[in-house]
Write a protein that binds this ligand. Structure first.
Ligand code: DX5
Ligand code: ZN
Length: 216
């Protein structure tokens, strides 16, 4: 399987130290940052929006993988692009017109991701698969970090990997030292890990161990 990239989610870090926590993750060897945006409507939690991203952009050159757990994701595309986001993942469940959302993200110059919640059938993304860069398979119910990994989501990853060799497939939720191997085996090549990395007192060690578990 393709070389796995590790993208820590800083949701469960000390958000009053967002910039230094983000830099700490990159210094620990992360490939990108996974930033969880929640609006309190699509998911029962609220985090931060594009004003925070714009400030964070000034403090790090990291690749910002925006996980948009928001309703009406179309309306935040341009603000996020203007704030320096690099990839914009909307949820297929959050819009009745994924094609127009995809087009807006492209026009804004960002990479396009489409997210699938645990209860959503992975086939729903097939009509859009040629238009996106990445599919995000949630391995927890979105809204909170620190939940348990749902290994019954792995068939969704396998289904996509078998059909689309070059597609980026990201897994997100409860991924750590004990669960990353099955993600890579199933064919995921973008690994989000939150609590396992940001709550560790040695994130470099955790990231190195995660990598060693998925290297061919
Ligand atoms: C949950 C978020 C995930 C979460 C990952 O809604 O999308 O990115 O923060 O954190 P862990 O790895 O702790 O589940
Ligand atoms: Zn996420």
């Amino acid at each position: 399987h393709a070389e796995c990239k590790i993208g820590p989610s800083i949701l469960n870090s000390d958000l009053s130290l967002l910039a230094s926590e983000s830099q700490r993750m990159m210094d620990a060897g992360a490939d990108y940052l996974h930033l969880d945006v929640m609006d309190g409507h699509f998911v029962p939690n609220i985090t931060f929006g594009h004003p925070v991203v714009a400030c964070l952009r000034k403090k790090t050159s990291a690749f910002f993988d925006m996980h948009m757990m928001v309703s009406n994701p179309e309306s935040w595309v341009e603000p996020m692009a203007d704030s320096g986001a690099n990839q914009y993942t909307f949820h297929v469940e959050a819009t009745d017109d994924p094609k127009s959302c995809i087009r807006k993200i492209r026009e804004a110059g960002m990479k396009v991701g489409i997210g699938v919640k645990p209860k959503t059938d992975v086939e729903v993304v097939l009509p859009y698969i040629e238009d996106v860069d990445m599919v995000l398979i949630m391995t927890v119910e979105p809204g909170f970090g620190g939940q348990s990994f749902m290994s019954d989501m792995m068939p969704k990853v396998q289904f996509l990997r078998q059909k689309f060799r070059a597609l980026d497939i990201e897994v997100d939720g409860g991924v750590g030292l004990n669960t990353i191997e099955q993600c890579a085996e199933a064919g995921a090549n973008m690994i989000v890990s939150g609590t396992a990395v940001v709550k560790s007192d040695n994130p470099r060690q955790v990231i190195q161990t995660l990598r060693s578990k998925v290297e061919d």
